[in-house]
Ligand binder design. Sequence first.
Ligand code: BGC
Length: 736
Amino acid sequence: MKNQTLVQLVNQLTLDEKIGQLVQLSGEFFHGSDLSLGPQQKLGIEQQTIDVVGSVLNVTGAQVTRKIQTDYLRKSRHKIPLLFMADIIYGYRTVFPIPLGLGATWNPALIQSAYQAAAQEARAAGAHVTYAPMVDLVRDARWGRCLESTGEDPLLNADFAKAMVEGIQQEKGGTLLGIAACVKHFAAYGAAEGGRDYNTVDMSERKLRQDYLSGYKAAVEAGCKLVMTSFNTYDGIPATANQFLIKQILREEWQFDGVVISDYAAVQELIPHGIAADDREAAKLAIEATNDIDMKTRCYAKELRPLLESGAIDQRLIDDAVYHVLKLKKDLGLFEDPFRGSSEEVEAQILLSEENRKLARKVASEAIVLLQNKQEVLPLTPKKEKILLVGPYGDNQAMIGLWAVHGKTEDVTTLKTALQNTVSEKYVHYEPGCPLLEDDSILGDFGYTASGNSSSAAQQDLWLKEALKAGTEADIILFAMGEHSLQSGEAGSRTDLHLPAVQRAFIKKMTALGKKNILINFSGRPLVLKEETKQMDAILQAWFPGTEGAQAIVDILFGKVNPSGRLSMSFPEDVGQLPLYYNHFNTGRPLNSKTHTGRFVSKYLDCSNEPLFPFGYGLSFGEASYHSLKLSDSTMNETLEAEITIRNNSAYSRLETVQLYIRDHVGSVVRPVKELKKYIKIPLSPYEEITVLFTITKEDLFYYQKDLTFGVEPGLFTLFIGKNSAEGEAATFELL
Ligand code: BGC
């Protein structure tokens, strides 16, 4: 189908049919042949709109999507297929680690293959669009949705955004072999004040462009078909009505000509935000901002017609939006095959295939971060020490995390099973130890049945007694602890980022036994683990590691895999430090100030300025050293080369993530103390020594200058190459 034919098609539609294309409803409007009146009445949408609605949200499965599509097309005058969009955030049926774990792989190429696998599973199940990647840069671990982000760095986020879009869409010669990607949440949703979800965002345009936009821009440049607006305001205007964000930056500057969709109910939420008086005004503001699809409200369905008829909006706005939606349907090939090859047979072949499980295990093993390993307690030697496994994640299948909507916990092998399969029950004893939470009620109403971990005081006493008894007979205690999966994710903001109190009390009693203690921490965000660094010999950050997570953990525990994960988000020492990020400004009175000493420098009286574990940090078994940093010149015109020698000082093979940071000492506006500019993840054989060469170009030094132009002024720069953002060799050069 030609684009010209699409224009003709737009012209043939009645106004109601056009408006229908701009409305997205959820599954309850379509399930079954007859529609239930409940959701219709609640939303105030009429049957005639439902008959011509353009897209549906979060319905998947070949059988049901085929049925809905068939029924829909039977009634459709122009045979325009329905679009199925769904949240396939980090895997469909095969669940990969949460994106914050994917960020820790520092391996965009690997993550591209994970998203490719997820897209193939999703396509088989009838999905056409995924609301992914989520690329919101985040600096505040109180925000529960850091689970969905690859972290705090503009460069790393942009690289992952591109990899994810390319993996999801798999575009070859203009054909989408995967499904369409929808980058979200545009823009700056990760900067919600106080880390409280949906909260206000306000920042300078410079900061927005310098730090927060990189992920969305990279996704758009990679050909991402859709963009979802965010819930927050930016500069006093909610993103869904924000013409500066959508019209100026996205459509004009970045030349995005795909579909913009509001987040869930965000059009109508313009009313409580206080920028629209009613549904009509909300619809007007959103369509004027060129937001094409209204997700799950009646605003477009009911108000676009009166807005047009009264002359309050131009016909062109509606036609352009309809064209965007139809163009997406065309690009997906829906006019040729409205099912896109989905079927129960294909599902049976692809979903949770051996190959996808293997990939999930590899990704999980690169996502897990070894945070501490005193006296090289890890790796363990199989069948040597007696292991006691305790804690709420010891025998728990809930390690796929909150946003694995289409994953199934029953596909997950628990840690207990994975351990016992590896070294036999004789060497691994399991005791539940303690519940996940002292009180599940704080999790709010999620239509969710509690984890089964809440328990009576008598039960908890018994668990503790048994764990203590088993502990005395063990050599090593593995603590499988962490957040409840409902404590992070959307609306999962928290102010206390410690492990739940009931778990901490249990750890205190158990570690008093004086055994070797290893913490495996499951969480959707950086937790405050200060106390645990004292109590534990080793700490493994497991995130929510997905379907194959337990097996990946066991691979690391026994040294089959050398851990290589490196944090893509700083772990705070205390929640009071937040927001916390490595690429901050120096201030006029930095801690190491030469002119101000003692009290009058930028610091806390009761806590260090530094994170507990910095951005880029992570350990592997054995040690690697960096030396002999050399620059090709002490001055730079257009390019400069930097080389460093890295030696693996151990008998373990390893994957080393070499990180290059730069500091621009004097700019027309203040520049961060360090910015990641290059990285490479490379294999090192035992005792191998290699030289890594990076080429830096002048563009790598560009930033948004005083007048907001993107460029750089001559001057002094320091370049650091090291294992993480806090350690490294340094050398200076001058940009001419
Ligand atoms: C979330 C989006 C999601 C959408 C559809 C919203 O609540 O913010 O990330 O894609 O729901 O489920």
